[in-house]
Design a protein around this ligand. Structure first.
Ligand code: GLN
Length: 480
């Protein structure tokens, strides 16, 4: 074996089984590595070891939005600096219970609000393909860790694209499962009706391995139902008989799509056909309103969820004379500008007199988008879109333009609103419009609710045909 860090989750487990690798060696290979990307916010002296089980020895990096008992958990915010949770998130508990060990907590946009990781209170994360570019967000640290050879797999959360978009920007696999398949207990809430946990991995099979362990109902989250039929390991070698739909609103007609992304999409469509799929254009007529509806619903829910950071119950407090002053000073000092913007937007949208005009209307749009997906899945088994209209953009290039930043999730937000599962896999490389090295382009496959097995199967077949090297960035590209 050339390098332990080359190993996918499945390959590492096989090496342990064959006694070519000792379980503890795997995490140790990652433990002391320098983190020049700024991917981690916290790493323990020794990886936090789990029990024995199907993931025995698997090292995993965890987005800093998941509570782990007595481990610093900030959600990328000053307001949770020095916060030590009294319990562990169910998703993490299940991984530890299956034998995984935690390498550390990864950097993220504050409260998962962002598409570039530039909203973290603890500094930027760099894209391992080009360190002057963003890794995507909000799970930027997790994506950079996997692509940058700092972890074989990682956990993220996706509210409107925060697993899929950074996976695309960093050239790794990112899965947002069906809403409700994995418990949200212990996952710091942003927008509760949208938040979903999922894995970052180097292969689709690895995503299945983690999903199998994490999914399932949990009495601590009443919206978690689990995937009743379970999740089978992907095994498909071609796409014969698979009906692929390409929704034009998110593909040929998508706003702001770069030529390089368009070319990778065209190549991917041709590849699907050569693998035996029938590919047809389809329509999600209301998907174009996804961003508008999302930026009412998500801030509305965030404004309610973030009311709990009052300087009394969690994290930091700024001392003041009276209670009102204490709230005000604590929240003014503790939250960053994007979080404040969302709280103001959300509070406004929910205020009496406006509730129906904004929140009620956005919820109706959400229903229409969910129906669009149902209609599309009557004729198609999977939908194919680009994950993001662009490749990774330069650090600082969109920070002054929130709307341009929000458009990074144009292709991922509709699935979050509908609750359906979606996976981003690397489709190939493309040049950025502003020059520089070629960068990864993600393609997104979408399936019907709880259809993870078939979705992962199709993604696996396509991934094998694409043959993208998800280790290329950290190995130094050229001779990879
Ligand atoms: N970029 C979107 C936002 O800022 C999505 C973030 C996410 O999925 N957590 O809200």
């Amino acid at each position: 074996m050339s390098d332990v860090r080359d190993l996918s989750v499945a390959a590492g487990l096989a090496a342990i089984e064959a006694r070519d690798l000792a379980a503890a060696e795997w995490a140790d290979a990652y433990a002391g590595l320098p983190d020049e990307l700024g991917a981690y916010l916290w790493r323990p002296d020794e990886p936090i070891g789990g029990e024995e089980g199907p993931l025995g020895g698997v090292p995993v990096a965890v987005k800093d939005i998941f509570c782990i008992e007595d481990v610093p958990t900030t959600a990328g915010s000053r307001i949770l600096e020095n916060y030590l949770p009294p319990y562990t998130a169910t998703a993490v508990e299940r991984l530890l219970g299956a034998g995984a060990s935690v390498l550390g907590k990864t950097n993220m946009d504050e409260f998962a609000m962002g598409s570039s990781n530039e909203n973290s209170a603890y500094g930027d994360v760099r894209n391992p393909w080009d360190t002057d570019r963003v890794p995507g967000g909000s799970s930027g640290g997790s994506a950079a860790a996997v692509a940058g050879g700092l972890a074989p797999c990682a956990l993220g959360t996706d509210t409107g694209g925060s697993i899929r978009q950074p996976a695309a920007f960093c050239g790794v696999v990112g899965l947002k499962p069906t809403y409700g398949s994995i418990s949200r207990s212990g996952m710091i809430a942003f927008a509760s009706s949208l938040d979903q946990c999922g894995p970052f991995t180097r292969t689709v099979a690895d995503a299945a391995l983690l999903l199998r362990v994490m999914q399932g109902a949990d009495p601590r989250d009443t919206t978690s139902t689990g995937i009743a039929a379970g999740v089978e390991m992907p095994s498909r070698e071609d796409l014969s008989g698979v009906r692929v739909g390409v929704p034009r609103e998110l593909a040929s007609e998508a706003e702001g799509m770069e030529d390089g992304v368009r070319e990778v999409m065209e190549r991917t469509i041709a590849l699907c056909e050569s693998l035996g799929a029938t590919v047809a254009e389809t329509s999600l007529p209301n998907a174009r309103y996804g961003i508008s509806a999302y930026y009412v619903i998500a801030p509305a829910e965030a404004s309610a969820n973030l009311a709990r950071y009052d300087g009394v119950r969690f994290g930091e407090r700024v001392a003041a004379e009276g209670l009102d002053d204490m709230y005000e000073l604590t929240r003014a000092a503790g939250f960053g500008p994007e979080v404040k913007r969302r709280i103001m937007l959300g509070t406004y949208a929910l205020s009496s007199g406006y509730y129906d005009a904004y929140y009620g209307r956005a919820q109706r749009v959400r229903t229409l988008i969910a129906r669009d997906f149902e209609n599309a899945f009557a004729d198609h088994d999977v939908l194919l879109t680009p994950t993001s209209p662009t490749v990774a953009f330069p650090l600082g290039s969109r920070t002054d333009d929130p709307l341009a930043m929000y458009m990074a999730d144009y292709c991922t937000v509709p699935m979050s609103l509908a609750g359906v599962p979606a996976i981003s896999i690397p489709g190939g490389l493309a040049a950025a419009p502003d020059g520089g090295p070629e960068l990864p382009v993600g393609v997104q496959l979408v399936g019907p609710a709880f259809g993870e097995t078939a979705l992962l199967d199709a993604a696996h077949a396509l991934e094998s045909a694409i043959g993208f090297d998800t280790n290329a960035a950290w190995r130094g590209g050229a001779d990879a």
